[in-house]
Structures are given as C-alpha cells and as structure tokens.
Design a protein around this ligand. Structure first.
Ligand SMILES: NC(=O)c1ccc[n+]([C@@H]2O[C@H](COP(=O)([O-])OP(=O)(O)OC[C@H]3O[C@@H](n4cnc5c(N)ncnc54)[C@H](O)[C@@H]3O)[C@@H](O)[C@H]2O)c1
Length: 267
C-alpha cells in the first residue's frame, strides 16, 4: 500500500543540492527542476557570471540558490562546495555531477593535454565530488542521492571523441562501484545518459567544426535519421529524469544508468 502521494514523493523541500556546471545547458535545466521541487541549489560552475545568472532566474521564480566558483578539475573545490552547501543550506542531500567537456579530436591526433583535461574534468573531478558529498552524507546519517551525467557515449562510440568515450565509460563504471559501496549508507548513486541535446556546448562544437570547414548538417542528418522520437533532446528532457533520481520515487534504484536519447540507441 502506497504511503506517500505523488506530490510528496517529488517534494524536495528542505533538501540541499549541488549541481556542477549549472551555469548553462543541461545543468541549468536540472537546477531549475530541483528548485521547482523545493530544493535549495548550489550552482557550482567555473563560469561564475553564468552561475549567477542561473541563481537570479531561480530567485525570480521564488526558489533558493547560491552561486559558487568551482572547477571540477580542482580536487580541493569538491570539499569546498560540499561544505558550503551544508553551511548555507543546512544539509547536503543531492549531488548532480553534470559539469563536462566534449572537445572533438580524432584519436590519431589526441594530445596528452586534451586527454588529461577531459579525463580530469569528466571523471576524476566527478569522483572527488562524489567522495566529498558522500562524506557529508555519511556524517549526517540522512542518506542521499548522487546523480552522474554520463552520455550514450559511455556505451556507444560516436567518432572523434575516444577520450570522451573513455571518460563517460568511466562514469558508468564509477556509478556502479560507488552505489555498491555506499548503499549501506542509503546513498543512491545513479547515472543519466543523454543522447543529443542542443546546448551552448554543442553550439560551440558546431562553431568549431565550421571553423575547420566541416559542416554539421551531415552529423545532424545522421543523428536525426536514427531518432525514433523524431527530435533532438532539450535540456529539460534530461532534467526531468534527474528529478526522478533525486526524488523518493527512485528509492529502490541504485547503480542504474537511464538512457535519455529519444531512442537513438535502438537503431
Ligand atoms: N549536450 C549534449 O548533447 C550531451 C550529450 C551527452 C552528455 N552530455 C553531458 O551533459 C553535461 C552537460 O553538457 P552541456 O551540453 O549542457 O554542456 P555546456 O557546455 O552547454 O555547459 C557546461 C557547463 O559546465 C561548466 N563547466 C565546464 N567545465 C567545468 C569545470 N571544469 N568545472 C565546473 N564547471 C564547468 C560550463 O561553464 C557550463 O556552464 C556534460 O557532462 C556532457 O558531457 C551532453
């Protein structure tokens, strides 16, 4: 017999959340949805002006948010952000590891610098943000929800992003490993794997390809041809699924990766 209504299951009032890379794109949409559900949201981004814009928008809608400068490549920032969330919001209950980069580079040309930057931001930083959050969650004995933004690239190579594929494959693997270790503390660790979502980051990729004289039409057509739902994703398509993992509606799910790709991987 269900004991909570649907509204109660998705109510995040009184919860403290962190979203990395929430200054724009998918992260911003996630911050909006968590805030709409009642959470106080720490907007952690390397671009503090963008983070402040997200905060202003949330506050204008009556929500609670705070901007903090953080580079997920800097391990010390993980502890700084987790402690700030506890200090400012009173608790840390939800962490969304969203910050990530996806610069194109054929494997044959990929430099050590690009490999290290991609793996540091997308995987190493994500691990230490998980660790810092879990330490606070274990100390507070309230459990928690960690949601890692992976990618369909975790399981399906797209070409010219082998370094990115490796980082996102690592995110999937880490999600399972941490879910196993932290389940006894009631810390849920799940992943969301977006397909193609139009964001400032993908726009940057388009511009970079065009600068090299390579259009994006061929890529887009290839993508759309494999899209059973007939449209690319919007940031909010991802945010709604993150909300499910952040809420009590997913209380018996851990170590899972939910693909949100309009059916791309089916074809
Ligand atoms: N857009 C897509 O099609 C797509 C598909 C699959 C997965 N993803 C994943 O979703 C996540 C968000 O992607 P997006 O398209 O919204 O990106 P985006 O480039 O539009 O936005 C990324 C945000 O993260 C911030 N950021 C970048 N590096 C950072 C760092 N080192 N520390 C802190 N903040 C940092 C940026 O300032 C920006 O606000 C990434 O992890 C990406 O790999 C995106």
């Amino acid at each position: 017999m269900a004991t909570k209504s649907i509204a109660e299951l998705f109510d995040l009032s009184g919860k403290g959340a962190i979203v990395t890379g929430a200054g724009m794109g998918i992260g911003r949409a996630i911050a909006y949805r968590l805030s709409e559900a009642g959470a106080s949201v720490m907007i952690a981004d390397i671009d503090v002006d963008a983070a402040n814009k997200t905060v202003d928008k949330i506050k204008a809608r009556g929500g609670k948010a705070h901007a903090i400068l953080a580079n997920t490549r800097n391990i010390a920032d993980a502890e700084k952000v987790a402690k700030a969330a506890v200090e400012i919001f009173g608790s840390l209950d939800i962490l969304v590891n969203n910050a990530g980069i996806y610069p194109l580079s054929p494997a044959i040309d990929t430099t050590e610098e690009l490999w290290d930057r991609t793996l540091d931001i997308n995987l190493k930083g994500l691990f230490f943000f998980c660790q810092a959050a879990a330490r606070e969650m274990i100390r507070a004995e309230r459990g928690g929800k960690i949601i890692n933004i992976a990618s369909i690239d975790a399981v399906h190579p797209m070409g010219e992003v082998s370094h990115y594929n490796a980082s996102k494959g690592g995110v999937l693997s880490l999600t399972k490993a941490l879910a196993l270790e932290w389940g006894p503390h009631k810390i849920h660790v799940n992943a969301v794997a977006p397909g193609s979502v139009w964001t400032p980051g993908t726009e940057k990729t388009r511009v970079a390809r065009e600068a090299k004289g390579q259009g994006v039409e061929d890529l887009l057509n290839k993508f759309m041809g494999r899209m059973p739902l007939g449209r690319p994703g919007a940031p909010d398509d991802i945010a709604k699924v993150v909300l499910f993992f952040a809420s009590e509606a997913s209380d018996y799910v851990t170590g899972a990766m939910l693909v949100v790709d309009g059916g791309y991987l089916l074809t």
